[in-house]
Design a protein around this ligand. Structure first.
Ligand SMILES: [Zn+2]
Ligand SMILES: [Zn+2]
Length: 135
């Protein structure tokens, strides 16, 4: 329960509160998004790791994760064609291999979110702008 006092809140307290609620909102929407595709993948695909074949039941389902085959978290087709159910161990393995793959291609950009590293091109726009300027 939130109780409002008649006294206006001190500005810094108000700002802190606003930041808190912004963070909470962002966290909540990220959670919903993450839960959304996981739920759907688990509804479409069998509860079996696509790599090692380990089968899961409701009790240990938290150890079964959903992997994006193209490593793009934003690519979530409804038919589940970009999702793969992987156990935690195989999921880790898959990402380690993906990072090795990126490094081998000479663009092993270490980002926290390894899955978007392959599609995220921070300098693409900048290069286009520079080129436009020079012509
Ligand atoms: Zn596995
Ligand atoms: Zn993954």
């Amino acid at each position: 329960m939130v109780r409002y006092s008649k006294q206006p809140p001190r500005p810094e307290a108000e700002r802190a509160q606003r930041e808190q609620s912004l963070i909470a909102t962002a966290r909540k929407s990220a959670d919903t998004r993450a839960a959304g595709y996981r739920e759907r993948s688990l509804a479409i695909h069998p509860w079996v790791c696509a790599r090692c074949g380990r089968a899961f039941v409701r009790e240990n389902l938290s150890e079964l994760t959903v992997h994006h085959k193209d490593h793009n978290h934003d690519n979530n087709p409804e038919d589940g064609s970009n999702w793969e159910n992987l156990c935690l161990y195989c999921h880790d393995n898959e990402h380690a291999r993906h990072e090795e793959h990126l490094a081998a291609r000479g663009r092993g950009i270490a980002t926290e979110d390894g899955e978007s590293a392959s599609t995220y091109q921070p300098f693409a726009n900048l290069m286009a702008l520079l080129q436009r300027k020079n012509t």
